[in-house]
Design a protein around this ligand. Structure first.
Ligand SMILES: [Fe+2]
Length: 319
């Protein structure tokens, strides 16, 4: 039913800082809808991929998932209603702001706003990145992925798998329960983790087409090391090379490159760790950080490696 993560909606008390980071550091295109109130961020030819709205108090993040047409939106509406999720139809104003043809929204078991929409429009003008770069990998893969920490693991798994039709990519049971779910060839569109702590937004992943654009984002982060939430490293499951940049609201952007794609022959795996190398989580308590180091040492001793597969890079070698 769901085809991709189409866009993300952010409610932030730090709008000016978001605009600056989005354009200058990440390289997204900022389009001001209403100064100081509402901003669209573009990552490709679409009208928006992140919608930022100024708020007071607690920041929020919501996800907009794509369905193919009005009929599929009705199927989603019926499935959600049957599962006991009260839905609300998007108003004309909400749809226009997002650039979608139709939308409904509801709250997931943690209270996160989830939208289901179809017909996200192309913008009238070409994508102009905030800094020179070769664009973001989107298309049928959607804008990227989101990872959530949930306080309602079973209900969340039921919602996404049984109601919305996500498929499991892989999972880990230790040091905490996590499931990675896909809806298209992107290895995962959603990660759901149950750490025992309260629900929160962990990160949103954006994927550069070109490795050098990721390297430059890391250079910029190294000038202000406090903004690095997770150091450069490579994930064991989607094979993304990435680092995590703290955003002005305290949750993170994973800026990545060369995520692998998967097909119908995919077999669910039990993960031996989260990363092949790197990805030191600077925010973890010292004992958990040490545990992660030991896992990396074990994988290194096994010689575990993964091929780099990338098909969408735009850079050409210069003679
Ligand atoms: Fe991630």
């Amino acid at each position: 039913m769901i085809r991709a993560l189409s866009y993300v909606i952010v409610g932030t008390p730090n709008l000016p800082a978001w605009q600056k980071q989005a354009a200058e550091h990440i390289g997204l295109q900022v389009e001001v809808v209403e100064p100081g109130r509402c901003v669209r961020l573009r990552a490709d030819q679409k009208v928006q991929r992140l919608l930022l709205e100024a708020c007071e108090g607690e920041p929020s993040m919501g996800m907009g998932f794509e369905v193919g047409d009005a009929e599929e939106l009705e199927q989603a509406a019926q499935a959600l209603t049957a599962a006991g999720y009260p839905i609300t139809r998007g108003t004309e104003q909400e749809n226009a702001l997002r650039g979608v043809a139709g939308m409904l929204h509801f709250r997931d078991p943690d209270g996160v706003r989830i939208e289901v929409a179809w017909g996200l429009a192309d913008a009238a003008s070409p994508f102009v990145p905030g800094r020179p770069l070769g664009g973001f990998r989107t298309g049928e893969l959607g804008i990227g992925h989101v990872a959530l920490i949930t306080a309602h693991f079973e209900q969340m798994c039921h919602l996404y798998k049984e109601v919305l039709g996500f498929k499991v990519s892989d999972r880990a049971r230790a040091p905490f329960r996590v499931e990675f779910l896909h809806v298209n060839p992107r290895h995962h569109t959603l990660g759901i983790a149950h750490t025992g702590g309260p629900a929160k937004i962990y990160h949103m992943m954006l994927e550069y087409n070109d490795f050098d654009d990721l390297g430059r984002a890391y250079d910029m982060a190294l000038a202000d090391p406090e903004c690095i939430g997770v150091t450069l490293g490579r994930h064991i499951n989607d094979h993304v090379t990435s680092f995590y940049l703290k955003n002005p609201d305290g949750w993170m952007f994973e800026l990545g490159w060369a995520g692998r794609t998967i097909g119908p022959d995919w077999e669910v795996e039990e993960l031996q760790g989260m990363s092949l190398w790197g990805h030191d989580r600077t925010w973890l308590p010292p004992d958990k950080r040490e545990e992660a180091r030991q896992i990396l040492k074990r994988l290194a001793a096994q010689g575990m490696r993964a091929p780099v597969v990338t098909t969408s890079q735009t850079a050409k070698a210069r003679q």
